[in-house]
Design a protein around this ligand. Structure first.
Ligand SMILES: O=C(O)CCC(=O)C(=O)O
Ligand SMILES: [Fe+2]
Length: 214
């Protein structure tokens, strides 16, 4: 990584949408990566998501707690091997509450119960969308591992401008709640080969923790 004169700072990108650089230290990143590798194995492991229009998402995905598919949640990998989704571990719930509290600056009691883990390799990206299949407005917690990406954070009305492009690096936290909970967002670009050399990941992983309300 290039040397930088100034440390990256916590930034409120929009009301309720906060970027906290370097939230996970190197040891915690390695630990989370090892867990993601276990979760990505079958049954109900990493899969290619098919969209209703007949396309496929380029980021591949595995879910914990509930299985997300376009557009809803199920208890089994309905668009994968059909196996029961792996349980959502307590420690991810604790991590979610701590992350939301640190980012938003107030205690958060939300019962996180779902994780969506996206793996971006090569030219993978994610189009502008809203996380709208949950039945609560609890903040979404997003953790990044591996390659740096451009994370585009927009508005609740349209997929288009105004939006802000944020660079998310390995270990960064991004939380969006309150007036930003249903804002459009996406990943227009991943920068290959930018993962920390000591992590041992080629590509990018993003873990979003959510409250289903189901
Ligand atoms: O990869 C990211 O940073 C965003 C992932 C995302 O928006 C999602 O899973 O809904
Ligand atoms: Fe999303």
């Amino acid at each position: 990584m290039d040397a930088e004169l100034f440390a990256r700072e916590r930034t409120e990108v929009a009301p309720g949408a906060v970027h906290v650089p370097d939230w996970l230290d190197a040891a915690r990143q390695r630990d989370l990566l090892a867990a993601c590798r276990r979760w990505a194995r079958p049954p109900a492991g990493l899969r290619t998501v098919r969209t209703p229009g007949g396309g496929t998402m380029t980021a591949r995905q595995v879910c914990l707690g509930r299985h997300w598919y376009p557009y809803g949640y199920a208890r089994t990998a309905v668009d994968g091997d059909g196996a029961p989704v792996k349980p959502f571990p307590d420690r991810l719930g604790e991590l979610g509450r701590r992350a939301a509290a640190d980012a938003l600056g107030a205690p958060q009691a939300h019962p996180y119960d779902i994780a969506l883990i996206n793996y971006y390799d090569g030219d993978a990206r994610m189009g502008m969308h809203r996380d709208a299949d949950e039945r609560t407005d609890a903040p979404v917690v997003s953790l990044s591992l591996g390659d740096t990406c451009v994370f585009r954070f927009g508005n609740t009305e349209t997929r288009a401008k105004p939006y802000t492009d944020v660079e998310l690096r390995s270990g960064d936290l991004f939380v969006f709640g309150g007036p930003s909970r249903f804002a459009h967002h996406g990943v227009p670009r991943v920068h290959p080969g930018t993962a920390p050399p000591g992590l041992g990941l080629v590509g990018r992983l993003n873990i979003t923790l959510r409250v289903s309300g189901l």
